[in-house]
Design a protein around this ligand. Sequence first.
Ligand code: SF4
Length: 371
Amino acid sequence: MKLTDRIKYKAIELGFDFVGVSPAHQSPRAHDYYKWLKQGFHGNMKWLANDPERRSNPTKVLPQAQSVISVGLSYFIKNPQPEIWNDPSRGRIARYAWGQDYHDVIEPMLKTLSVFIQHEAGEEIKTRYYVDTGPVLERDIASQAGLGFVGKNTLLIHPDLGSYVFLGEIITDLELDFDEPPSSTESDHKAQIGTCGNCRRCLDVCPTHAFPVPYILNSKLCISYLTIELKGSIPLKLRPLMKNWIYGCDACQEMCPWVRRYSKPGQTRFLEYDPDFAAPRLMDLIKFDNDDFKKRFKGSPITRTKRRGLLRNAAVALGNWGNTEAIPVLKKAAEDPEPLIREHAAWAIEQIETSGEQRSEVLKGSLLPAP
Ligand code: SF4
């Protein structure tokens, strides 16, 4: 078996669902990326603007890099029950965060694969591996490795698994056999994944209208950014649009026909569906102290927001629920030592008191249907 095939075989054996190889060269979309940065669409994620040439070219990360091995792992488990997912008294957590932090699972797998490559190559080869942790345009690279196409929602869509997938990369100075990027001109069914066609569901469904045009995301409007990356106060005009998303957002994936049709669990299952974790009761969450937070979210990516970020988001979701039942817990949160929580809790109380139950009914009707 050729070395490239042995590496691919090993990747699947380790638990990845798909693997492909692309040449290590500047991303064909590098200039789109520079333009995106110039427009300030990365918001306060300053690391994305640090040395963009390096991020768009693996040879700047590893001199003499020849190949990039892209791997992926599906994190789809199941669709939540509509009565849970559509309940506005519960917060919604993006699927990738329904359990253990994916970095902790995928990094050791990449490390093992890197060691295997070094062992098999029988020479002093160099590797760098990343899972969302390094200067790599991972979706473009995966697409170049023939693993799918980048949709109008800017996510990689795999032909057999949709877009609920984690991606990882190994950059190496080893010369391997490259896969073909998908062609949009071939007529067979699988090859048609090279395009979204006339579909624009993800753009139209985005609650905060975060896509100014297809294939471009203004992160500053994206609910994932607002609930996770933004550390301070959420802009007032965006709060009502966030509905009950409290950590990330899957709205643009939930409506995608590729996701609806092809999502299926992968071979490495480390997430699990627990309704009280995936969609926690907001009135319980807003009462969490530091110990509760640490206990519930230990080992989860949700620790990224810290308690103050998650309770800020829960307060916004309670304000959007609009039910007076939430006022006592919000009043308590409005006295929290964290100014960020106090401010958002006070906003939520005002929302509920100004509009009351009537508003709650309107919001209920505007919530996204369960996938
Ligand atoms: Fe493409 Fe439609 Fe999926 Fe958006 S929802 S990524 S436009 S196929």
